[in-house]
Write a protein that binds this ligand. Structure first.
Ligand SMILES: Nc1ncnc2c1ncn2[C@@H]1O[C@@H]2COP(=O)(O)O[C@H]2[C@H]1O
Length: 947
C-alpha cells in the first residue's frame, strides 16, 4: 500500500495517493476508498492489476460485477483485470495486495523489492507491488501475479485418494498457473503500448533474461517454484502413487481378480475345451483384458512410491530402479524368459500328447473333486497283491505327507493371522476411541498410517511384551543380536565394554515417529536420549525452518540435556523433527545414569564426546535465563535457575607482564600445582553444585557447600574461582618436565596448550576468552594474585566491554572441563610413574576430618581387603565406602598441609601435598595390581567433583 502511494506520488497523482492513504487509515471503509481510488486510478490511466476481494462482499463497479471469488480475469471497460483472492483474516487485514499498473516512465517509478523466481523478476517494470499483512510476512512465495493459496486439503476425501489428487491438482495448477500468468501479463498491459513493450515478453526472452540474471547473480541453480520436470515443455503434470493409498488398494483388488481369473478359469477352460469353443470371443476378450491389467500393473509399479528411510520416495529414477530390483520384477523376468524359451526353442509350449494327458488329468481331477468318481482305481492299475499293498502304502504316505504339510501351512497362516488379529484388534480399539472422542480426521488418518507402517516394518505392535517373559541375560543377548548393527554404528558405543553394551541394550525401547513429528523441542527438559535405528531426522533451529543437521541411522541425539552438558543444563539445545517415519531407540535419563554409574569409564567417554559435539554445534546464544548448576555433571549449569548468571560472572583476568624466561620448577612443585589446581576446580565446581540426583526434574535449589579445604580459603557461595597455577606469561613456554604449558596472547584470546610428553597422554588445547584490559600494566580490580594461583573473585559491576559474562562463564566451564580431561591424562602418566615408584606407604591411623562433599554414589566402594597397602582406617566415618581415599588420614584435605611431610615413607608425599593426590597415587598403584580398579580411579576423579 505504501509503495502504491509512493508510486502515486511519483506519478503526481495526489488524489489517488490520498484515497489510498485513507483506505490505510480506515480499513473498515477500505472498500469505499479503494473503489474511489480505483476509479481515480482508472481516470488517470492507472489500471488495477490486483485488488482485494472478500468472498462475502461482492462489489460492483461501473454496473458490472467487479469482484468475486477466486483468481479470475474480469473485464473492465474492455480490459482484463486480474486480482487475487485475499481472505479476511482480521479486521485490520483488509488489503493484502494491491498492484497498480502505471503508464509513468519506469525509470521514475520506485519499484518494490522481491526475490527472483523462475518466472523472472518478481517486480515487473511498470508495476508497483505492495503487500501488507498484519503479520508483516510475505503473503505468497511466487510471482506477484500468482496469488493462489496452496490447495487446501480436500474435506471428506480419504487421505490416500487425496494424496494422488493433490499431486494431480498441484501439477495441473502449475500448468494453469502458467496460463494465468500469461493471461495476467496480457491483462496488465493491454492497451498500454509502453508498458506492453516491457511486459510482452516471449518465452525466449524470458529464458534469455533468466540466463542473464543467473549469470549476473552467479546462481548455480535457478530458484524455482516449479520443479525441473515442470519446466520441460510438454510435460506439465505427473504423478506418483502412494503405496498406502486407497488407489493402490483398489488397484491391487483389480489385479487380484485378473490373477484369479487366470488361475482358475484358464485352467478349467484348458481342461474343458468344449466351453471355450462355444464362447470363444468372450474368452478372448477376457484373456486380453487380464493381460492388459498385468501390463498396466507393471507401469503402475513404475510410478508407485516407496518408503526410503521412512520417507516416501517420489524420484522417478529411483522408483524405476527400486521396482526393477524388486523380487516381483525378478519373477516377472523369469516368467518372461521361460515363456519366451518355451515358445521359441521348444516350438510349442506344451506337446500335444502332454497337453492331452494334462487335459485328461485336469478333467479327472475336476470330476473327482466334484464327487462324480469315487476312487481313482484305473490310476492304480494293480494286478498282484504286492502291487495293491505297495499302492496302498504309497497312497497312505502321500496322504500323510500332504496332511502334515497342509497342517503346517495352516498353522503358519493361523499364527500370522493371530498376530494380525491382535494387531487389528488394537487398531480397531484406537479407531473406536478416536471416533468416540471426535478426533480430527487428519489425526485419525495419521494414526492409521502409523499403524500401517508399524505393521509393515515390525509386524508386531509391542516388541517388548513379546520378549518380556525371557530372563534378562537371554533378553540382552537377543537384543544385542537384533540391535547390534545399529549400536555398532553409534559412536559412543564403539570400543566400549561388552558389559556396558549389554546393560544398555536392555534399557533400549523402540519407538516409531510419524513424518513431521517433533521428537524434542528446544528448551524442553531432556528426559531421554535417542538412537536412530531407521529413518531421517532434522535438527532444526528455533524457527523450525533452519536446518542445523540431518540425522540418519546410527546417529544419536538428546544426550546433551540428559548429561546436563548444554548451556541451558538439562534443557534441549535444539528441536529434532522426523522427516519421514523414524524408528528410534529411546534411552531414558534414569536408565542411562544407572548404567553409567556402574561404568564410569563409559561416562567419561560419553561426556567427552558430548563436550566435543557440543563444542561443534554450539552457536546459539546462551539463554538469558538464570542458570543453576548441573545436578550431576561437574562444571555444568542448568536452567532451573537458582544462581543468577551475573553472579557467576568472571571478571577479566589481567595477564602479568612478561618477566623473562620462567624458572624451571621441580617435579614436586609441578605436582603440587597440578593437584592444587584440581582441588581448586573441584571446589569451584562443587561450589555451584546442587544436591539432587540426575533424574530430578526440575532440580532442587542448589546448596552451595563450603569445604574446609585449607587450600581454598576463598571458595565461597556464588563465587567461581579461576585458578591459574602457572606464571601465565603471554608468549612464554614453561618447560615443566613432562608437561609443557604455553601461554600466548592473541588479542582477546589466550590459548593454553598442554602437551604431555608421555606417550599415553593426550594433547589438549584450552581456550579462555580474556577481555582486553585497558592498560596492560594496571591491576584489574577484584583479581588477586597469590603464589602460583590467580583467583578472580566475583564482581558484578565490571562487565567486560566486548565479551559477555555468559561467554566468559562458558569459556571458564569449558576450560575447567578440559582441564579435567588433562588431569585424566596426567593421571595416566602418573600411573606409569607409580609403576616405577611402588614403595609401600606407612599407614596413618586417623582421619580427623572427612570432606563432606565427597560423593559416595559415584564411587564404587573398594573392599578394604583389596587394598594391598593399607588396611581400613576404622576412625574414618565414610571409610567403609572409600577406604582407599580416606585411609591415609593426613592426606585428607581437612588436615593441614604441614602434616603431609609426616608421610615420610611415602615417596609421593613431596609431590602430593594433599590427600587426593596421594590417595590417587595409592589407588593407581592399586590399579596396577587390580586392573578392574583402573576404572574406579577414573571414576574417583569424576566422583570427587561430583556431589
Ligand atoms: N547442530 C547440531 N547438530 C547435530 N545435532 C545437534 C545439533 N544441535 C543439537 N543437536 C542434538 O539435538 C539434541 C537436542 O536435545 P539435546 O540438547 O539433549 O541434545 C541435542 C543434540 O544431541
Amino acid at each position: 500500500m505504501q509503495s502504491n502511494m509512493a508510486a502515486s506520488q511519483a506519478t503526481g497523482d495526489k488524489a489517488c495517493c490520498h484515497l489510498l492513504q485513507r483506505a490505510c487509515e480506515h480499513p473498515k471503509h477500505a472498500h469505499k476508498h479503494i473503489r474511489t481510488s480505483l476509479k481515480t486510478i482508472h481516470t488517470n490511466r492507472f489500471y488495477p492489476l490486483a485488488a482485494p476481494v472478500h468472498a462475502h462482499t461482492p462489489t460492483r463497479m461501473s454496473g458490472r460485477r467487479m469482484w468475486s471469488l477466486g483468481a479470475k480475469r474480469l473485464s473492465m471497460d474492455g480490459m482484463r483485470v486480474r486480482y487475487s483472492n485475499c481472505r479476511r483474516t482480521q479486521a485490520s487485514d483488509d488489503f493484502e495486495d494491491i498492484a497498480v499498473v502505471t503508464n509513468a516512465d519506469p525509470g521514475q517509478v520506485k519499484y518494490g523489492s522481491g526475490t527472483i523466481t523462475a518466472n523472472g523478476p518478481r517486480v515487473i517494470p511498470g508495476i508497483i507491488r505492495t503487500q501488507r499483512s498484519v503479520s508483516g510476512g510475505r503473503l505468497n512465495a511466487g510471482s506477484p501475479l500468482y496469488l493462489e493459496k496452496p490447495p487446501a486439503p480436500l474435506k471428506g476425501k480419504s487421505l490416500s485418494r487425496q494424496s494422488l489428487i493433490d499431486v494431480f491438482s498441484s501439477r495441473i495448477s502449475i500448468g494453469s498457473r502458467k496460463r494465468f500468468s500469461r493471461d495476467s501479463f496480457s491483462a496488465s498491459y493491454v492497451n498500454r503500448t509502453q508498458v506492453a513493450s516491457e511486459l510482452d515478453i516471449s518465452r525466449k526472452t524470458r529464458e534469455a533474461r533468466r540466463r542473464k540474471l543467473r549469470s549476473h547473480f552467479k546462481l548455480e541453480k535457478w530458484e524455482s517454484s516449479t520443479s525441473s520436470s515442470d519446466r520441460r515443455p510438454g510435460c506439465r503434470w505427473t504423478f506418483v502413487f502412494d503405496p498406502a493409498g486407497r488407489l493402490c488398494y483398489y488397484w491391487s483388488l483389480i489385479v487380484s481378480l485378473a490373477f484369479l481369473y487366470n488361475l482358475w478359469v484358464m485352467v478349467y477352460r484348458f481342461g474343458f475345451q468344449e466351453i471355450t469353443w462355444d464362447t470363444i470371443l468372450v474368452w478372448f476378450a477376457l484373456d486380453y483384458f487380464a493381460d492388459l491389467i498385468y501390463v498396466i500393473d507393471i507401469l503402475f509399479h513404475f510410478r508407485t512410491g516407496y518408503l526410503e528411510d521412512g520417507v516416501l520416495q517420489t524420484d522417478f529414477r529411483k522408483l524405476r530402479q527400486h521396482y526393477m530390483n524388486s523380487t516381483t520384477f525378478y519373477y516377472l523376468r523369469v516368467f518372461y524368459w521361460c515363456t519366451l524359451s518355451l515358445t521359441t526353442i521348444g516350438g510349442s509350449p506344451i506337446h500335444d500328447s502332454t497337453a492331452k494327458d494334462a487335459r485328461a488329468g485336469i478333467h479327472a481331477a475336476a470330476t473327482n473333486y466334484s464327487g462324480t468318481q469315487d476312487t481313482p482305481t484305473e490310476v492304480l492299475n494293480a494286478r498282484t497283491k504286492t502291487d495293491y499293498l505297495y499302492h496302498i502304502a504309497q497312497l497312505m504316505f502321500g496322504l500323510l505327507l500332504f496332511a502334515t504339510v497342509l497342517g503346517h501351512i495352516a498353522n503358519i497362516v493361523t499364527n500370522v493371522s493371530a498376530a494380525r488379529k491382535e494387531f487389528q484388534a488394537k487398531l480397531d480399539g484406537v479407531k473406536t476411541y478416536m471416533r468416540m472422542r471426535r478426533v480430527p480426521a487428519h489425526l485419525q488418518a495419521k494414526v492409521i498410517k502409523w499403524f500401517d507402517y508399524l505393521w509393515l516394518t515390525q509386524k508386531c505392535s509391542d516388541e517388548e511384551k513379546a520378549v518380556s517373559c525371557l530372563p534378562d541375560k537371554l533378553k540382552a543377548e537377543m537384543a544385542i543380536h537384533v540391535h547390534l548393527d545399529t549400536l555398532k554404528r553409534v559412536e559412543i558405543f564403539q570400543n566400549t565394554e561388552a558389559g556396558f553394551l549389554c546393560e544398555l541394550v536392555l534399557h533400549l525401547r523402540p519407538v516409531l515417529f510419524s513424518p513431521g513429528d517433533y521428537i524434542c523441542r528446544k528448551g524442553e527438559v531432556g528426559k531421554e536420549m535417542y538412537i536412530v535405528n531407521r529413518g531421517r531426522l532434522q535438527v532444526v533451529a528455533d524457527n523450525g525452518k533452519t536446518m542445523l543437521a540431518t540425522l540418519k541411522a546410527g546417529s544419536y541425539f538428546g544426550e546433551i540435556s540428559i548429561l546436563n552438558m548444554g548451556t541451558a543444563g538439562n534443557r534441549r539445545t535444539a528441536s529434532v523433527r522426523s522427516v519421514g517415519y523414524s524408528d528410534l531407540f529411546v534411552l531414558s535419563k534414569k536408565d542411562m545414569w544407572d548404567v553409567l554409574k556402574e561404568y564410569p569409564a563409559a561416562r567419561v567417554r560419553l561426556e567427552a564426546i558430548a563436550a566435543k559435539r557440543l563444542e561443534k554445534y554450539r552457536k546459539a546464544p546462551l539463554e538469558k535465563a538464570a542458570l543453576g548448576r548441573s545436578s550431576s555433571t561437574p562444571g555444568l549449569v542448568e536452567s532451573s535457575g537458582r544462581v543468577p548468571l551475573e553472579e557467576m560472572w568472571l571478571p577479566p583476568l589481567r595477564l602479568p607482564p612478561p618477566s623473562g624466561a620462567p624458572s624451571p620448577r621441580t617435579q614436586a612443585q609441578r605436582s603440587q600445582t597440578l593437584e592444587s589446581e584440581r582441588l581448586t576446580m573441584e571446589s569451584a565446581l562443587s561450589g555451584l553444585s546442587s544436591r539432587h540426583s540426575p533424574d530430578e526434574d526440575p532440580p532442587a535449589p542448589p546448596t552451595l557447600p563450603l569445604h574446609p579445604c585449607p587450600q581454598l580459603p576463598h571458595a565461597s557461595q556464588h563465587l567461581l574461582h579461576l585458578h591459574r597455577p602457572f606464571d601465565a606469561t603471554p608468549g612464554h613456554t614453561h618447560a615443566l618436565g613432562t608437561t609443557t604449558i604455553t601461554t600466548t596472547e592473541e588479542g582477546e584470546r589466550e590459548r593454553w596448550t598442554a602437551l604431555s610428553s608421555t606417550p599415553t597422554t593426550t594433547t589438549t588445547t584450552f581456550t579462555l576468552p580474556v577481555p582486553p584490559s585497558p592498560a596492560s600494566d594496571q591491576p584489574v580490580p577484584n583479581v588477586t594474585r597469590s603464589e602460583g594461583t590467580l583467583q578472580a573473585s566475583h564482581s558484578a559491576g565490571t562487565l567486560p566491554r566486548e565479551s559477555s559474562p555468559q561467554e566468559l562463564l562458558l569459556g571458564e566451564i569449558r576450560r575447567l572441563r578440559e582441564r579435567l580431561v588433562s588431569l585424566e591424562a596426567e593421571n595416566a602418566s602418573m600411573t606409569l610413574r607409580s609403576q616405577r615408584l611402588s614403595v609401600p606407604v606407612s599407614p596413618v591411623p586417623t582421619c580427623p576430618s572427612v570432606r563432606p562433599s565427597v560423593p559416595s554414589a559415584h564411587v564404587s566402594p573398594v573392599p578394604t581387603s583389596q587394598c594391598p597397602r593399607r588396611p581400613h582406617a576404622p576412625q574414618c566415618p565414610t571409610a567403609s565406602q572409600r577406604p582407599c581415599a580416606h585411609a591415609h588420614a593426613p592426606m585428607c584435605p581437612g588436615v593441614p598441609v604441614p602434616q603431609v611431610p609426616m608421610c615420610a615413607q611415602c615417596p609421593c608425599a613431596l609431590k602430593c601435598p594433599c590427600a587426593h593426590a596421594h590417595a590417587l597415587e595409592l589407588r593407581l598403584s592399586h590399579a596396577k595390581t587390580q586392573p578392574q580398579s583402573r576404572l574406579r580411579v577414573s571414576s574417583t576423579l569424576w566422583g570427587l567433583l561430583d556431589p
